[in-house]
Write a protein that binds this ligand. Structure first.
Ligand SMILES: Cc1cc2nc3c(=O)[nH]c(=O)nc-3n(C[C@H](O)[C@H](O)[C@H](O)COP(=O)(O)OP(=O)(O)OC[C@H]3O[C@@H](n4cnc5c(N)ncnc54)[C@H](O)[C@@H]3O)c2cc1C
Length: 395
């Protein structure tokens, strides 16, 4: 089998890239190699679906702003024969709250975001109390509220990209890439699990938490590691006003979901690795009672009415964490393997950035340069230079 472009990994990133390539009509034949059409272990279905423009790096703001518009029109744009691609985008806002310590940075970020056209409001303690009376404000000095942000259902978005890409002629191959064969600084062949292989002119590594494993097949060192994230769903009987997605300096976040709430806190104290798939007793013991022991006290501090909740369930997924700076790596590995592109290291932002990444990478591949937004600073060069490009404030 021979394709013009082969994408390794068909999660939301691989599928968005496939869709944006195919919709140009200029990409030739496109294949996505994805071993699991149920996405049982992929990050995408485990994500909270949060979409926000509250970043400090202009690139992250541009990408999110593009995605907010794209997701707002997703149902119609991705419809097939009039069958709408609903993703349940609730633009109920994002709210970052910080103590005195984080106030200056939050303000500086808000100024930058406002200059980029993001609609937002800075709320002092009193204003927070009026707008969101359920919030615990004892340790809070300032909040930043962005009303156009919100959340989507990540599985519906992934399936929307996948179905639309297929309708535009993209082929999904149900298999896993096990080896990449190079010749003259170019990948010629991808070996697949079932013993067959495919050829392509361009290969894209969109393998999420497995991206470093795939990059190793051509000797490319990627600082991307799987990082376990546990999420929880709980019910609360007390009356609480409609809240946006709330995030604070402890890393805690939560948002409404149906009759309850979904949220959690990154477990940075656990070392990287595919921990939730590992039968590791130490890790299992650590996560036993994690909600009650670690997350719940933070929740009660942020919303005192959460002192009476019913914890319904917890689940885990893996971030593809860029250990250099927590931001994505996008683009080719020009000096070494010229037809190998990476789109990985999305850490906690792959769902919100998928549309922008799909657009930007399709432009880069087809035109040789970015057109809509200049994402050159997100390239692999900063890894080679060991120059982190980090977010400031809440990530
Ligand atoms: C608990 C949690 C909460 C999150 N919350 C948010 C949020 O609120 N907002 C947000 O924007 N992001 C969030 N994220 C991050 C987001 O889920 C990810 O950044 C995004 O889903 C990454 O998409 P992906 O396509 O790169 O990876 P994945 O969805 O993991 O897809 C990668 C695919 O590659 C395939 N693959 C692996 N190896 C190979 C191989 N050798 N050959 C072929 N295919 C292969 C896998 O089968 C997999 O399907 C969250 C993540 C977690 C875990």
């Amino acid at each position: 089998m021979k394709y013009d472009i082969a994408i390794i990994g068909g999660g939301i990133i691989g599928s968005a890239i496939a869709y944006f390539l195919a919709r140009t009509g200029q990409a030739g034949s496109v294949a996505v190699i994805e071993p699991d059409p149920t996405y049982r272990l992929a990050a995408t279905p485990h994500g909270a679906g949060g979409i926000r423009q509250l970043f400090s790096l202009p690139e992250n703001i541009w990408m999110s702003s593009y995605s907010v518009d794209f997701y707002a029109n997703f149902a119609q744009v991705m419809a097939i024969d009039g069958d709408l691609a609903e993703i349940g985008f609730r633009q109920q806002g994002y709210l970052f709250v910080v103590s005195e310590k984080g106030a200056k940075q939050l303000e500086a970020n808000a100024q930058l975001q406002a200059r980029q056209g993001v609609r937002l409001e800075l709320l002092d303690k009193a204003a927070l109390g009026v707008q969101f009376p359920s919030l615990g404000r004892e340790d809070v000095a300032l909040g930043c509220y962005s009303p156009d942000d919100g959340w989507i259902d990540p599985t519906s978005a992934l399936q929307g990209f996948r179905r639309k890409a297929k309708s535009l002629g993209v082929t999904y191959i149900e298999s896993r890439v096990t080896a990449l064969e190079t010749n003259n600084q170019r990948i010629k062949v991808a070996q697949l699990e079932q013993g067959d292989s495919i050829q392509a002119d361009i290969f894209v590594n969109a393998a999420g938490a497995w991206a470093a494993e795939v990059a190793t097949m051509v000797g490319m060192p990627l600082p991307v590691k799987p990082y376990c994230r546990v999420q929880h769903y709980w019910l609360c009987q007390a009356e609480i006003e409609p809240l946006p997605l709330v995030k604070d300096e402890s890393g805690l976040f939560f948002r409404p979901e149906g009759p309850g709430f979904v949220g959690g806190r990154p477990s940075w104290e656990i070392e990287p690795g595919f921990t939730f798939m590992a039968k590791d007793d130490r890790i299992n013991r650590y996560f036993d009672g994690y909600f009650e022991r670690v997350v719940w006290p933070l929740l009660v501090q942020r919303v005192p009415k959460f002192d009476a909740v019913r914890h319904e369930r917890s689940w885990a997924g893996h971030y593809a964490q860029n250990m250099l700076d927590g931001n994505m790596i996008l683009g080719p590995w020009l000096d070494e393997v010229e037809n190998f592109y990476v789109a990985c290291g999305f850490s906690g932002h792959g769902i919100m950035h998928a549309p922008a990444v799909g657009l930007a990478l399709s432009e880069l591949i087809l035109n040789g340069h970015f057109v809509t937004m200049d994402l050159a600073r997100m390239s692999y060069q900063r890894v080679l230079d060991e120059k982190p490009y980090k977010e400031k404030g809440i990530i």
